[in-house]
Design a protein around this ligand. Structure first.
Ligand SMILES: [Zn+2]
Length: 288
């Protein structure tokens, strides 16, 4: 089995995580731009963060045999600081055409405010202008209402539903999302969001069509190995390995687009020397 984690926040993870991910079969990841926990107060800190996930994380992942791509966007939580949001949105187009940027996101709703909706609409338009997929974050509170409102806006803007993933779906929303023709992303966490057991129930009800599975591993309690762990659990509950392989590789490749992802044939080679080095020696990485 090889795994593609289509939503993981690698900047928060250690080199040990990368090494363990590689050993467990993870060969590709997409890192969406998101909230860093501490609210930012300058537009420039967003731009530096975008560059670090476009350039530095890609290099760091490659040292461990993992192809790293990213999505760029203003997250919904920080869209509520409206003056700052306007500056960030103005600077976004500069990053959207960069190599390795495969979607706009995470955008969507956090507290479902007018400011969040404004930032969402502007970025959906940017995604269409740049011919990029869209990664939509759904709120943890009021999920059903937030998800419905998000899809109403996306429908109204005539997005290509096949290039739009509505993420962090749960038992409450998967049917709703699939019925409306969007991709449903599922985040497995050790305890909150979905557990492997809860995802298994969704898998048995809906199968794998337009469904993705991710860890969203970040700076909180999360686990970057939950893709292989969830697949092991699904297999124990009777899932067929070929189906699982489609779920955790073919589906994210189909969603982001093989051409856009431009994954190297046979994946990145694992370089034990680079993986052992104190700092990455690949071009573009910090050397000191
Ligand atoms: Zn995320």
């Amino acid at each position: 089995m090889k795994y593609f984690d289509p939503h993981i926040h690698c900047v928060s993870r250690t080199t040990d995580d990368y090494e363990n991910m590689f050993l467990a079969g993870v060969r590709a990841v997409v890192e969406p731009a998101f909230w860093l926990g501490q609210p930012r107060t300058y537009a420039g800190t967003f731009f530096d963060y975008f560059l670090s996930i476009i350039e530095f994380e890609r290099t760091r992942a490659a040292d461990f045999g993992i192809s790293h791509r990213c999505t760029i966007g203003l997250n919904p939580k920080e869209a509520n600081d409206e003056k700052l949001a306007a500056e960030v949105l103005e600077g976004l187009p500069e990053f959207l055409g960069r190599e390795g940027v495969v979607a706009v996101g995470e955008l969507g709703f956090d507290s479902i405010t007018a400011a969040e909706e404004r930032a969402l609409r502007i970025q959906v338009q940017m995604a269409m202008d740049f011919d990029l997929a869209i990664l939509v974050h759904t709120p943890h509170r009021d999920k059903y209402r937030g998800t419905t409102l998000l899809m109403d806006i996306l429908d109204e803007m005539s997005v290509d539903r096949n290039r739009c993933v509505i993420d962090h779906s749960t038992e409450e929303t998967t049917k709703l999302i699939l019925d409306r023709g969007y991709w449903a992303g599922h985040t497995v966490y050790p305890q909150t969001k979905l557990t492997p057991e809860r995802f298994a129930n969704i898998f048995h009800e809906f199968g794998i069509e337009r469904i993705t599975l991710n860890t969203s591993a970040d700076w909180g309690k999360s686990d970057p190995l939950l893709l292989p762990k969830t697949c092991a659990y699904l297999e124990r509950r009777g899932a067929n390995r070929a189906t699982l392989q489609k779920l955790v590789w073919d589906n994210p490749v189909a969603f982001y687009g093989a051409e856009k992802l431009a994954l190297p044939p046979g994946c990145e080679p694992f370089d034990p020397v680079a993986a052992r080095a104190t700092h990455s020696k690949l071009p573009g990485a910090a050397t000191h």
